[in-house]
Design a protein around this ligand. Structure first.
Ligand SMILES: [Zn+2]
Length: 152
């Protein structure tokens, strides 16, 4: 379901709560909302009014990805970036890392597209690790900041 973007700084400053398999609807709402916005390459759950640690982003091929409970394990190559955000207008200067390793919980694909496939009743989140660099790494770092209640 497409949600309205939250711009209230107080709501965006609260750290997110751990997400579970019961929060798959938040992931679907994030993907729907991100797809509805022009130029949206990443969104975090608190930007659509959920307090769960869920982020979505588009990779360089414009394919959407969802991460629950993302956490940066390693970060290399700091640089200064200027970022904008759907929740506030000003451009912010932040330090980002060119290469990161992230751990996160993956939502089984069948649960993200319930209309296409019957989801197994015992579906579980899968803990994964991923190395990212460049643009995707920056989007994920921005999203993880949102989960911490940090606005760039
Ligand atoms: Zn943002």
């Amino acid at each position: 379901m497409i949600k309205e973007i939250v711009t209230d700084a107080e709501a965006l400053s609260a750290p997110a709560q751990p997400a579970t398999i019961d929060d798959v609807s938040v992931a679907i709402d994030l993907l729907d909302t991100m797809a509805s916005l022009e130029n949206a390459a990443s969104l975090a759950a608190n930007q659509i009014g959920s307090d769960k640690a869920v982020i979505a982003y588009l990779d360089e091929q414009d394919s959407p990805h969802v991460m629950m409970n993302p956490k940066i394990l390693r970060a290399l190559g700091p640089y200064k970036a200027e970022e904008s955000c759907f929740s506030h207008e000003a451009i912010s200067k932040v330090t980002r890392f060119a290469r990161i390793e992230v751990s996160y919980d993956e939502v089984p694909e069948a649960l993200l597209h319930p209309a296409d496939e019957a989801a197994p009743a015992d579906a579980q989140l899968v803990r994964r690790k991923k190395r990212l660099e460049g643009w995707e790494a920056e989007l994920v770092q921005h999203g993880i900041d949102h989960c911490k209640g940090k606005l760039v």
